[in-house]
Design a protein around this ligand. Structure first.
Ligand SMILES: [Zn+2]
Length: 224
């Protein structure tokens, strides 16, 4: 018996120049239009690579959508529901436009805060209300989640299971089994180039790097 081929899931945060103040360190995960196009051109036609967007930046709609549509690609947009309509972010009409073009939604929580530091009182809004509000917007249940800042531990995962999340996307890098509940993704970064794209899409990480990734994931599961 052979295992199904593992898939690569890429995460886009922002493209081009943001029209709002950046959070600390955020500029590391914004890419130029050229970098974004190069990634899409490498991904087009590949069934083993999926594209996701986090954070509901206005560039999802203004730059991301037309380039996806041009290549016949679709993507899943993980939105912090409580930030919709804020400066530099998507608003509800923008989300409807994504949906009308065949894109799908996931939840990125409510206020884009670190879920490892949530109080019990914040959990319903972050993990249930956010999905409900987005589901109303989509006209279909939203049950998949991406973890803000990729920051999770076993308590976060348990809360997500309790809230009914059917899949949880992290930022742990590397490939994932197509049916994995906890799903690694790889973020596009401002430093990426053609060599990075080849490595992520087709290369096997070196053994020391695999060992480091595994150790980091184990720590996150056990932490707290
Ligand atoms: Zn985020």
């Amino acid at each position: 018996m052979t295992n199904p081929p593992k898939t690569v899931t890429l995460t886009v945060h922002g493209i081009g120049t943001p029209d709002r103040a950046m959070e600390p360190g955020e500029e590391d995960v914004w890419v130029s239009v050229r970098q974004f196009e190069d990634v899409l051109d490498a991904v087009a036609g590949r069934g083993d690579v999926r594209i996701t967007f986090d954070d509901a930046n206005a560039s999802d709609l203004e730059i991301g959508l037309p380039h996806l549509v041009k290549r016949g690609l679709t993507a899943q947009f993980f939105l912090p529901a409580g930030l919709l309509g804020q400066p530099g972010r998507l608003d509800e009409d923008g989300v409807r436009e994504l949906l009308a073009c065949g894109m799908t939604l996931g939840s990125h929580g409510w206020a884009h805060i670190d879920w490892r530091a949530l109080t019990a009182g914040q959990v319903p809004q972050e993990m249930s209300k956010a999905s409900r509000v987005l589901g109303e917007l989509a006209g279909d249940a939203v049950t998949e989640v991406s973890v803000p800042f990729g920051s999770y531990d076993r308590h976060v995962l348990q809360r997500l299971r309790d809230a009914g999340a059917t899949r949880v996307y992290t930022s742990d890098t590397g490939r994932a089994r197509p049916d994995a509940w906890l799903h690694a993704r790889t973020s596009l970064r401002s430093s990426i180039d053609a060599g990075w794209i080849d490595q992520v899409l087709d290369g096997e990480p070196s053994l020391p790097r695999r060992a480091r990734n595994l150790a980091a994931r184990t720590v996150k599961r056990l932490r707290g």
